[in-house]
Design a protein around this ligand. Structure first.
Ligand code: HPA
Length: 283
C-alpha cells in the first residue's frame, strides 16, 4: 500500500467525505456532477428537492476563496436528473496542491456520478471567437506545470489514464445538438489551462494561439485529469468573457470577466440545463 492509500490519502478522504454527504442527501443517487464556474453558479437554484450544504460543513473540503464564488454543494434533481453541483471551486493559484483542489471530484465519483460537467470563464485566444461566446471544450492543454495524479497512485485510479477522449465525444455531440435545438450559438475548441493568477501577456497569448489553444483559463484541467483517472466521463463549456491579452487594446480585469458572465449567464444556464436533461437518462 502506498502513502496515497493510507488514512490521510485522497481516496480515503473522498470516501469519508462522500459518506457524510450521503447521510444528508438521503437516497439520491446522482448520475451527473457539475462544477459550476463563473456565470453558472445560480444554476444551483434550479435544482428541485435540493439539499444545500455549505463547503465549511463538508469533511476534508478545500477552502474556496475567489471573489464572486460562494462555496455550496447542491444535491437534487436538475431537469429530473439526479445530480450534484459544486458552486465554487478551489483553484491552484490559491496555493492548493493539485491533489487537494481535486478532492471534490473524487467525492462526486464516490457519490456515484457517471459523468462530470465542468464549466469556467475563459479568455478568447482564437481570433474568430469573441467575449460572450460559449465554447464547448473539445480538448485541453495542461500548461499548469502540475498534475493532480503526481505522487503515489490512489487505489482504484488508473496510473496512466488515457486522455485521447478526455472530453467525451458522445456527450459533446449531445451538447451540440442541444445548442442547435435551443437556438443557442456554440463554438467548440481547445482550452488551455494555466496556473495564474496573473493574466497572460500578449506574447503568451500569441504562443497559446500557435500551440493550438482557442481559449485560456485557470481551472478545469486538474478536475478533468482526476475524473479520467477514476473513469468518469467528462464534458464542459467555457464562457468566453474577454479577448486574450493583446488581442484588443483593452486591459483585462476580473470585474469585466464577471460582467460578461452575468450578461451571458441566462443562455449558459439554459444550454446546460437542457443538455443535462438529455444526457442524464442515457447514463
Ligand atoms: N486568461 C486566463 N483566465 C481567464 C481569462 C483570461 O483571459 N478570462 C477569464 N479567465
Amino acid at each position: 500500500m502506498s502513502a496515497a492509500d493510507g488514512a490521510a490519502g485522497p481516496g480515503v478522504r473522498a470516501r469519508e467525505s462522500a459518506e457524510a454527504i450521503r447521510d444528508r442527501v438521503g437516497d439520491l443517487h446522482p448520475a451527473v456532477g457539475l462544477v459550476l464556474g463563473s456565470g453558472l453558479g445560480s444554476l444551483g437554484d434550479a435544482f428541485e428537492d435540493a439539499v444545500r450544504i455549505p463547503y465549511e460543513e463538508l469533511l476534508h473540503w478545500p477552502p474556496v476563496g475567489v471573489e464572486g464564488h460562494s462555496g455550496t454543494l447542491v444535491a437534487g434533481l436538475l431537469e429530473g436528473v439526479p445530480a450534484v453541483a459544486l458552486k465554487g471551486r478551489a483553484h491552484l493559484y490559491e496555493g492548493h496542491p493539485a491533489e487537494e483542489a481535486t478532492l471534490p471530484v473524487r467525492v462526486l465519483a464516490a457519490l456515484g456520478i457517471k459523468a462530470l460537467f465542468v464549466s469556467n470563464a475563459a479568455g478568447a485566444v482564437n481570433r474568430r471567437f469573441r467575449p460572450g461566446d460559449l465554447m464547448l471544450i473539445s480538448d485541453h492543454l495542461n500548461l499548469m506545470g502540475r498534475n493532480p495524479l503526481a505522487g503515489p497512485v490512489v487505489v482504484g485510479d488508473e496510473r496512466f489514464p488515457d486522455m485521447s477522449d478526455a472530453y467525451d465525444a458522445d456527450l459533446r455531440r449531445v451538447v451540440r445538438e442541444t445548442a442547435l435545438a435551443e437556438g443557442i450559438p456554440l463554438k467548440e475548441g481547445v482550452y488551455a489551462g494555466l496556473l495564474g493568477p496573473s493574466y497572460e501577456t500578449p506574447a503568451e497569448i500569441r504562443m497559446l494561439e500557435r500551440l493550438g489553444a482557442d481559449a485560456v483559463g485557470m481551472s478545469t484541467v486538474p478536475e478533468v485529469i482526476t475524473a479520467r483517472a477514476i473513469g468518469v466521463r467528462c464534458f464542459g463549456v467555457s464562457c468566453l468573457t474577454n479577448y486574450g491579452a493583446g488581442i484588443s487594446p483593452e486591459p483585462l480585469s476580473h470585474h469585466d470577466v464577471m460582467e460578461t458572465t452575468e450578461r451571458v449567464g441566462g443562455r449558459f444556464r439554459a444550454l446546460v440545463r437542457s443538455a443535462i436533461g438529455r444526457i442524464g437518462p442515457a447514463l
